[in-house]
Each structure stands twice: as structure tokens, then as C-alpha cells.
Design a protein around this ligand. Structure first.
Ligand code: NAI
Ligand code: MG
Length: 350
């Protein structure tokens, strides 16, 4: 089999970590009997500064007939973040109905984490983030610019279809895992959308008596994730809450450098997109020290999605072996480079 993959390295460290991940994926393919046909796209902030657009007008059409999109990170100083995000990532997520943003974390071997020394070495949390609506909305506006009575209005949109499908996905996932699901809410302060979210959650929960479900205010949940992460398994949250919780969950297992993610179109009528939780990290861009593990594990999620589960497990095992051996980038307390970690993972593949 040959998989057709659209490759968008993007900005900053995205370029370095995507290069490493592609090498690992190509080698996994050669060991497991498939290969990749990569199509390269230079869509980025650099392109925006040259042409005035993050991607061409027919960009979505160019991606459409690929088996998946593999993306590094988008955004760099010089282009406002809302311009880069809404010029590329959000249009792809929405046009291709990638309404699930799946963000699993687990404690990796040898990684120093605030949890070290606790009974959490088996810790795994999966965030299911709503990825198509909610607080990420263009409805609203700025008014009375520069005046003392200046104000901004930002509307959030929650539809029954949108809320139901992501919650249902989370229940199905919880059923295949520990049988436990927590919904992030804030229905004390957000009085229209969050009570609606809670009602939809409760009605779907009734269909899954085998899943232990609960709802928690997102602020309390954030604290619990730091203090007692072992009490959590699958968490479902809105676009904003899921985003914030996934950075916290990444932080408690060693940082953004190891946290993978997938933007999934569960119906498979459009390509899904695979990009790590982290961004373009301008503070370390060009230094050759970005951790490629998050992008490589994101590649493993792509393999899983393509049905190459043995190869996905092999990539994940190779990551574990290399981290356990002490080859780590500075964010994990080591002194290895992006390239040396990537090479070590390629070599460790079975
Ligand atoms: P960031 O995730 O790029 O960086 C946050 C911190 O984590 C930095 O100190 C960075 O050095 C560190 N870090 C992140 N990934 C790392 C890795 N692989 N190895 C080692 N250290 C790593 O988030 P930030 O600084 O808020 O955003 C930077 C740019 O990235 C912005 O333009 C933002 O809009 C964009 N961004 C893009 C995302 C995407 O494309 N999906 C997601 C998040 C941010
Ligand atoms: Mg984020």
C-alpha cells in the first residue's frame, strides 16, 4: 500500500520535527510493508508575508484527495496568531469536519515529571476536545475603538449536532478504555451554553450505563488534573476547555515536547489531520533542540488511523526505548539534538 500524505511543516520548529517524523514514518513503512507518497506544501507565516495568504485560494481542494494531512505547527512572530490560525488550521478542521481533537498523554520512560515518585507511572489521560465550534467563533466584534467605553463581544456557538457527536465519540472511546469519562463544564458561570452541554451529556450518558461518567467544573478539574491525575481517564471538553486541559495534561507528563494530537474526521468522508499539541516554539526555533517526540507520536496516531496498528505500536515502543536510554532533548533534561533523537528513534524501530 502507498498512503498519500499532505505534509505541511509550517513554521518554526514545525519544519525540524516534521522532517524527523517523516524519516521515522518512512522507515516504519519499509519495515511493515507499506510506503508514503508525501506531497509538500510550504503553507506558513513565511508564505503569508510573501503572498498575503497562509494558503492558496484552492488550498482545501489541494488537500482533499490525500489519505491524511501531517502538520507541524503554524504561527510565528510577525503575523498575528489569530490571522495564521484562522488562515489555515481552522479552515481545514472545519471544512474537513474534523470535529474530534484527540489528545492522549502518558508518562514516558525516564521523563522527569511533577508526578515522579507518585503511584502514577501507568498514568494515561485522553482529552477529547470539541474541534469545530464552541468558543472558537468569528461571531462578535470590536466597538468604540480607543474610547473609554470600548468593548469587544465574542459569541460562542454550541449546536446539538456538534455537542452530541463529540460527546458520543468520547463515550465510545471510554467504553474501549477504562470505562470512565469526565465532562468539563462551567455551567455555574456560563449560563446558556454550558447548561446545554451538561444536558446533552446527561442524556447521552443514559445510553452508556457501563461507563462511569461525571461532570466537573473546568477550574476544579484543572486542579485535580495536577493533584490527582490518576483519578482521570477520558475527558471531554469544549474547544477552549479541551485546549487548555490538554496543555495541562501534557505538562504533567513532561511537557509539550512529547504530547501528540489528531484532528479526526470520524466518518472518514474527508482526510483527518495530525499535528502535535505544541506550536512553533519561536523561543527555540532554529536552534536544533526541539523535541521531535510529540511529532513522531503524532505520526504513530496517523498510522493507527490508517489501519497500520503494528507499525504505530512499533513507533511508540521505539520512542519509549530511546527515552529510557537517556537520549533526550533539553526540555526533558537531556542534551541531545532534534536530529539525534529522531535518528535514534529510527534506529530503534523494529
Ligand atoms: P508553543 O507550544 O510553541 O511553545 C510553548 C513552550 O513550549 C515554549 O517554551 C516552547 O519552547 C516549548 N515547546 C513547545 N514545543 C516544544 C518541543 N517540541 N520541544 C521543546 N520545547 C517545546 O506555544 P506558544 O509559544 O504559545 O506559541 C508559539 C506559536 O505557535 C504561536 O504563533 C502560536 O499561535 C502557535 N501555535 C500553533 C499551534 C498549532 O499549529 N497547532 C498550537 C499552539 C500554538
Ligand atoms: Mg493549544
Amino acid at each position: 500500500t502507498t498512503y498519500r500524505i499532505a505534509s505541511i511543516p509550517g513554521d518554526g520548529i514545525g519544519v525540524d520535527v516534521v522532517a524527523q517524523a517523516r524519516e521515522v514514518l518512512d522507515r516504519a513503512g519499509s519495515l511493515h510493508g507499506f510506503d508514503f507518497a508525501w506531497t509538500d506544501f510550504d503553507w506558513s507565516c513565511e508564505r503569508f508575508l510573501k503572498t498575503g495568504a497562509m494558503m492558496p485560494a484552492d488550498g482545501l481542494d489541494q488537500l482533499r484527495d490525500h489519505d491524511a494531512v501531517f502538520l507541524g505547527a503554524i504561527g510565528f512572530p510577525g503575523v498575528p496568531d489569530h490571522v495564521s490560525l484562522w488562515g489555515l488550521l481552522i479552515p481545514i478542521r472545519r471544512a474537513f469536519r474534523q470535529y474530534v481533537n484527540l489528545r492522549p498523554v502518558r508518562l514516558l520512560p525516564g521523563v522527569v515529571s511533577p508526578l515522579a515518585g507518585r503511584s502514577a507511572d501507568e498514568l494515561e489521560i485522553v482529552i477529547v476536545r470539541e474541534n469545530s465550534e464552541g468558543e472558537y467563533s468569528q461571531i462578535g466584534g470590536r466597538h468604540n475603538s480607543g474610547q473609554p467605553d470600548e468593548f469587544a463581544v465574542q459569541q460562542a456557538v454550541f449546536t446539538r449536532v456538534g455537542v452530541s457527536r463529540v460527546i458520543r465519540y468520547a463515550f465510545e472511546l471510554a467504553r474501549t478504555r477504562g470505562g470512565q469519562l469526565c465532562s468539563a463544564t462551567k455551567s455555574n458561570g456560563i449560563i446558556h451554553s454550558m447548561p446545554f452541554w451538561d444536558e446533552v451529556f446527561a442524556s447521552i450518558a443514559a445510553e452508556y450505563p457501563d461507563v462511569r461518567s461525571e461532570q466537573s467544573h473546568v477550574d476544579a478539574l484543572a486542579a485535580r488534573m495536577v493533584l490527582r491525575p490518576d483519578t482521570l481517564d477520558v475527558i471531554v471538553g469544549s474547544n477552549l476547555f479541551g485546549d487548555i486541559l490538554s496543555d495541562i495534561s501534557a505538562a504533567i507528563v513532561g511537557g509539550l515536547g512529547t504530547a501528540p494530537a489528531a484532528n479526526l474526521n470520524p466518518e472518514r468522508d474527508f482526510p483527518s489531520m495530525f499535528e502535535p499539541v505544541h506550536g512553533s516554539a519561536p523561543d527555540i526555533a532554529g536552534k536544533g533542540i526541539a523535541n521531535p517526540v510529540a511529532q513522531i507520536l503524532t505520526g504513530a496516531m496517523m498510522l493507527d488511523h490508517l489501519g497500520e496498528t503494528a507499525a504505530a505500536e512499533a513507533v511508540s515502543a521505539a520512542v519509549d526505548a530511546v527515552l529510557a536510554s537517556g537520549v533526550r532533548t533539553p526540555d526533558l533534561g537531556g542534551n541531545a539534538t532534534t536530529t539525534s533523537v529522531g535518528n535514534a528513534i529510527s534506529e530503534a524501530l523494529k
